[in-house]
Design a protein around this ligand. Structure first.
Ligand code: GDP
Length: 332
């Protein structure tokens, strides 16, 4: 059976990818950091077939030891400080994990797998945030980068160093430039899940307002479950290459809010929404829209869940989750 090693296994994409690879017959290993990491119990409960391996993207020896133990065919580097807003307040940590962490993993792969004819295939989670203040629309694999946050800058380094190790040492290393991808497993700090969860709670009478940053920015939002398939497809090609993964449609945050409220039958959504500049960022990414023609042509990939279905799925999930929580509270 092929063996996959995933960093960021407790995050949204790590979980989707683990499920997907397990379904394909892989032995799945997930790297977990820290001592008594509280997210591990939940992971093992949901996916008992994942084997957890201790390691940290800030610690090269731990990565070498993890790879020596796992002997993976494929490494998926999804671990990162992934929240743009946090990257402004903890920029050095972001550079270390999201940026230098990639370099450490590539070095560990060289050390464990040899340099040339290295059998380990590497996937780097690159991000549309690298396009930042976009130089062209829509964005493709050839669009120049102009990051607008420490997160974006760290991802550019991770991307460039992946290309560099591929070109310097012949590693089979690919970057997927994934546009925003969401779903019920998204953390509550991201705007989609923050909105769908608040809408569910407002509908159930558990919350009275939704406090937001800008409603004007535009994102190309897809479904995480669709996007992890593209990660795997990239590592099954003859030659390693980079691919943009996106839906090709963009929506404002305002539309996200409006559609989410409409999903629970609330049309006068503005009554519930308050704007607070504390959610504004020192620099913004105003517009993202990706052109994934290359992935569609070469990988045969295409998204299955559109924006409306994504919102439906997320609102339904949050309604079920929040009703169950309040039923448990009432039941004592
Ligand atoms: P990002 O594209 O990686 O930054 O993903 P996010 O989901 O964190 O943010 C998407 C967009 O929503 C950004 O332009 C944010 O500024 C905007 N936004 C507006 N209000 C909020 C909010 O309350 N929380 C978050 N996370 N984003 C918000």
């Amino acid at each position: 059976m092929p063996r996959a090693f995933i960093t960021g296994i407790t995050g949204q994409d790590g979980q989707h990818l683990a499920e997907f690879l397990h379904g394909k017959g892989y032995d799945v290993f997930g790297m977990v950091k820290g001592q008594n990491n509280p997210r591990v119990a939940g992971l093992i409960e949901e996916m008992p077939w994942v084997e957890t391996v201790s390691g940290d993207l800030a610690d090269l020896p731990s990565l070498v030891a993890a790879l020596e133990f796992v002997q993976p065919d494929e490494v998926y580097n999804l671990g990162a400080i992934s929240f743009v807003a946090l990257s402004f307040t903890q920029p050095e940590l972001t550079a270390n994990i999201t940026g230098l962490g990639v370099l450490r993993m590539l070095e560990a792969i060289r050390m464990v797998g040899g340099t040339y004819n290295n059998p380990i295939r590497f996937y780097q989670a690159s991000s549309s945030e690298m396009f930042g203040k976009v130089r062209e629309t829509p964005q493709t694999e050839l669009t120049p980068f102009h990051p607008r946050s420490p997160y974006g800058a760290a991802k550019v380094f991770g991307h460039d160093i992946t290309v560099n190790y591929r070109e310097s040492y012949g590693l089979y290393a690919c970057s997927g430039i994934l546009f925003n991808h969401e779903g019920p497993r998204r953390g509550l700090e991201f705007v989609t899940r923050k909105v769908t969860n608040a809408v569910a709670r407002i509908k159930l009478g558990l919350q009275h307002e939704l406090v937001m940053g800008t409603l004007d920015t535009k994102r190309d939002w897809g479904y995480a479950g669709d996007y992890v398939k593209a990660m795997w497809l990239m590592l099954q090609q003859d030659q390693p290459e980079d691919f943009v993964i996106a839906t090709g449609e963009t929506q404002t945050v305002r539309t996200l809010v409006e559609r989410s409220f409409a999903e629970v039958g609330i049309e006068d959504w503005e009554r519930y929404v308050r704007r607070d500049p504390k959610f504004d960022r020192p620099a913004e990414v105003d517009l993202l829209i990706g052109d994934s023609t290359k992935a569609r042509t070469k990988l045969g990939w295409e998204p299955e869940v559109d924006f409306d279905s994504l919102i439906k799925m997320m609102v339904a999930n949050d309604l079920a989750l929040e009703s169950a929580k309040s039923a448990r509270r009432l039941g004592g």
